[in-house]
Ligand binder design. Structure first.
Ligand code: AMP
Ligand code: FE
Ligand code: FE
Ligand code: ZN
Length: 280
């Protein structure tokens, strides 16, 4: 019997991914996945499109969102799964982040201009479209206007954490983000903890109500995966996993569905959601 596999971390063009919801669904079907989660940064705009595209195919769409937390200088990403993505509280917060991202984008462009890179905000916005503005859109614009030779170079020279056009983004505190996810009936999971590299924060997040760890991730090697499976077990957390695919900017094939994430992660999310709703 083929294993039931899922991919619970996918970005679409509704944030900084390159594929539309339809393309993502098609790829997931091609890969024989049973469920996918759409987890755009600060956006839930692709979820209904994915549900629509998957109708009748048997592919299950898990609504999700990836929120940025700004705590203690660490760039913590929290995934909210099975959220009520139509809830006004969530939509209001998302709109607030989107506005903040636009202003941050302007600051990044200003910095680039001061560095002698004559990039225009209009060029960046034409690439971002309706999506909340992210550094990948700026990187794409720098490549398109030939200020850099590659997407990777855009981050290395200008946009990366220690690079000269870096501007931090506003985020919620961890407590606010977990509370927001729970307030819209979602399940809160710490994204790619090995990329974050701040295991010291995990007990604190658990205290705040964190529900799970993303143990399976493209940037987690076997050792990291084992480590977070063990930690999750220790803290009574569920585990999730996904490709975190954004498209093909690095010239490779999309990573969607390339990771072997078992279906029982979805069952655990649903169980946790029921448990949270039972008021425990
Ligand atoms: P932002 O949310 O605007 O800060 O952009 C963060 C996104 O940029 C991440 O989700 C990745 O998609 C991408 N990213 C961040 N750092 C790098 C990097 N060093 N190289 C390539 N992409 C990156
Ligand atoms: Fe991203
Ligand atoms: Fe992330
Ligand atoms: Zn992501």
């Amino acid at each position: 019997m083929t294993k039931k596999r899922v991919d619970l971390h996918i970005h679409t063009a509704a944030s900084d991914g390159q594929q539309s919801a339809h393309e993502v669904v098609q790829r997931a079907l091609d890969r024989g996945l049973l469920a996918i989660a759409i987890t755009d940064h600060d956006s839930v705009a692709a979820i209904d499109h994915a549900i629509c595209a998957a109708r009748g195919s048997g592919l299950e769409i898990i609504p999700g969102v990836e929120l940025s937390v700004d705590d203690d200088g660490a760039d913590v990403h929290l995934l909210g799964y099975l959220v009520n993505y139509r809830a006004p509280t969530l939509l209001r917060e998302i709109r607030r982040f989107q506005r903040a991202r636009y202003h941050r984008g302007q600051k990044i462009v200003d910095k680039l201009n001061q560095l002698g890179v004559d990039l225009q905000m209009e060029t960046v916005m034409a690439i971002a479209g309706e999506a909340p503005l992210g550094r990948p859109h700026v990187a794409d614009a720098l490549v398109r206007e030939e200020y850099v030779g590659s997407y990777r170079e855009a981050f290395a020279r200008y946009l990366g954490y220690h690079a000269p056009a870096y501007v931090p983004k506003i985020g919620l505190t961890a407590q606010e983000a977990i509370e927001l996810i729970h307030s819209v009936q979602g399940v809160a999971v710490l994204a790619h903890p090995a990329v974050l590299g701040r295991d010291d924060l995990i007990p604190f997040l658990v205290e705040l109500g964190l529900d799970g760890l993303e143990a399976y991730h493209v940037r987690h090697d076997t050792e990291a995966r084992r480590h977070y499976l063990r930690l999750a077990n220790c803290y009574g957390l569920l585990v999730t996993g996904g490709s975190d695919c954004h498209g093909t900017r690095f010239g490779q094939e999309t990573m969607l569905g390339k990771l072997s994430v078992p279906y029982h992660c979805v069952t655990a999310l649903k169980k946790r959601k029921r448990w949270l709703q039972s008021g425990s």
